[in-house]
Design a protein. Structure first.
Lengths: 366, 224
């Protein structure tokens, strides 16, 4: 009763504080959503290919931050191994797309259009590539540089027609583009290489046995089952760029704690006389301390409510302004932030509660 | 005496600030009983407020014994003293000290919350007190909208809300016009009569003298 009334007594300050808390909460929610979006987006391409086995250059263990060049002659050798049903190859290379004044980097995946492996996870506009002079671009990349299907873009010396736009192909700092394997080799300038082989095993065949057979037959290469390869790539993404998002979210939480603590301390000091009166007339010490905690929770709750209202429209807005930012919110993120906010409220009550202890009931008599 | 509510025996209180000793009370012996109005009279700085705060258990004597409800205050824990103030002692202040963000009704309810009274009983009692002091119509009024006299009536109602046996009033008429002041004193007299409570008033207001059952004159911390 007293907590609410004291807060609402200065409703403008209450609104500004709640709004400030809401912005911090939105920052935390946004960073978590970007984290999830980037972490999921980074492995979506691998997931969608659903290969049983991935073969790479020796010591390479992921496609995100490793270079892998492996001879294209191994295709036949791999196909002849017992238990191998099909072999597909992809060549990855970084390339620059001419976009206005500044070139934009794109992570090109060259694959055989006749194969089911190596394709973009989902085409949301247009169609897949069929010819060497065609390209499919990541949707957010295309949106950022205002490229539409049917447009022509220049990569190195080649002019390619954009036939489609894909999703699930945003690596957070880089986006995928898809060309034919032949075109990718031509751009690389070394025709006899691929980056990875994707192998499907025969039905009933044991993947571990096929992996062992590949090692036996072709020494000096890296071979992974699909799950291990997914984990490798996921780890690479999470341990690379993404921890910075958590650091920023943590800093946001610390700032929020400081702001809340400061505001609550101001309320305590402004209401010093009230607290002294309450102590004099017999208020239990826990009652007064709880009032500060209650104020912290009310402020945090109001901020959280505002944040939840504003977050999703803001997320859409960010998507429009910066299409390359893939943010994916989930119920678990909302729960994490809500719990964090409760913890922040409790922590931020500590200093004001200590200030309360230094308010003496005798103050009202002198 | 056995039935004394508050007792002081050779009580002295010395404050120490920056190494300088200030004697607020010296060798004071006193007792108060149910059904009497005791006036502690004295000029500013005579030790009246120290006298009152010692009886409230808000501070402890330097020497001597203060007995509250038959028990030495030094033997009460802080928690017990808090309970004592919440349940058995009522306070009236010179400047009323109503919480300005709460309505009249809520100000009265708050003390009953401290004393552990259930909400329904407390609410009923608050209504009765507002009615008794003629301020029922001000139930939802905030203190800032009330006159000085109205504020003091609410403050008296608050002091009685917890069923206190001892009412400690610090300059209760200090902020009131003569007529309003005398109305408050008559309220207190009526309470003493009807509920057998003990009221101890500290004041420099000589006009209260005639209403008091006993007058204790303080000067420089000593009873004269």
């Amino acid at each position: 009763m007293y907590s609410v009334k004291t807060l609402l007594n200065q409703y403008l300050r209450f609104i500004i504080t709640a709004f400030g808390i809401a912005l911090c909460v939105i920052l935390m929610l946004f960073l978590l959503a970007v984290y999830k979006g980037a972490a999921d987006g980074a492995v979506q391409y691998i997931k969608s290919n659903d290969a049983d086995i991935w073969v790479m250059q020796n010591n390479a263990n992921n496609i995100l931050r490793n270079t892998s060049f492996i001879s294209s002659n191994l295709n036949r050798t791999l196909s002849e191994i017992d238990g191998v049903k099909s072999v597909s190859s992809i060549l990855f290379l970084l390339a620059s797309v001419k976009t206005g004044d500044h070139p934009a980097s794109i992570y090109l995946a060259g694959y055989d259009p006749k194969s089911v492996k190596g394709r973009p996870p989902m085409i949301i506009r247009g169609r897949n590539i069929e010819k060497d002079n065609e390209i499919v671009l990541d949707n957010s990349f295309a949106a950022k540089y205002r490229i539409k299907t049917g447009d022509r873009i220049v990569i190195k010396r080649d002019t390619l027609i954009v036939t489609g736009l894909s999703t699930g192909t945003n690596l957070f700092v880089l986006q995928y583009g898809f060309v034919t394997l032949r075109k990718a080799r031509e751009m690389l300038g070394f025709p006899g290489y691929v980056s990875v082989y994707l192998i499907d095993t025969s039905e009933g065949g044991k993947i571990s046995e096929v992996v062992k057979s590949i090692f036996d037959k072709i020494p000096g290469i890296a071979v992974y089952d699909n799950l291990t390869f997914l984990e490798n790539n996921s780890y690479e993404m999470k341990s690379g760029v993404l921890p910075i998002l958590f650091v920023v979210a943590f800093i946001g939480g610390v700032i929020l704690t400081a702001i809340l603590s400061l505001i609550l301390s101001v309320y305590v000091l402004e209401r010093r006389q009230d607290y002294a009166i309450m102590k004099a007339i017999g208020s239990p010490s826990g009652f007064i301390t709880w009032m500060v905690v209650e104020q912290a929770l009310i402020l945090a709750g109001s901020g959280m409510f505002l944040a939840f209202i504003m977050f999703f429209p803001l997320l859409n807005l960010v998507g429009k302004i910066s299409p390359e930012v893939t943010a994916e919110s989930s119920a678990s993120q909302l729960i994490i932030v809500s719990v964090s906010l409760i913890v922040i409220s409790l922590i931020s009550s500590i200093i004001p509660a200590l200030k309360l202890r230094r308010i003496y009931p005798l103050e009202v008599f002198y | 005496m056995d039935n004394s509510i508050a007792q002081m025996s050779s009580v002295s209180k010395i404050y120490q600030r920056s190494g300088v000793e200030t004697r607020a009370l010296h060798n004071v012996t006193f007792e108060a009983h149910p059904g009497e109005l005791v006036l502690i009279l004295g000029p500013s700085g005579s030790g009246k407020t120290t006298f009152l705060t010692l009886l409230a258990g808000l501070q402890r004597p330097t020497t001597g014994d203060v007995l509250m409800f038959g028990k030495n205050v030094n033997k009460y824990s802080d928690k017990e003293l808090q309970m004592l103030r919440a349940r058995r002692i009522g306070f009236i202040f010179q400047t009323f000290y109503l919480l300005d963000s709460l309505t009249s009704f809520e100000n009265i309810m708050l003390i009953m919350k401290f004393s552990g009274l259930d909400k329904t009983t407390a609410s009923k009692r608050a209504e009765e007190l507002l009615d008794r002091f003629g301020v029922k119509h001000l139930k939802n009024a905030l203190p800032k909208t009330l006159s000085q006299g109205e504020k003091q009536r609410i403050a008296v109602a608050r002091a009685l809300a917890n069923g206190a046996e001892l009412i400690l009033a610090d300059e209760p008429t200090g902020s009131l016009a003569t007529q309003q002041g005398m109305i408050i004193i008559s309220f207190l007299k009526e309470i003493i009569k009807s509920e057998n409570k003990c009221v101890i008033i500290s004041s420099h207001d000589e006009r209260i003298k005639s209403s008091a059952d006993r007058v204790i004159q303080l000067s420089d911390g000593e009873i004269i």
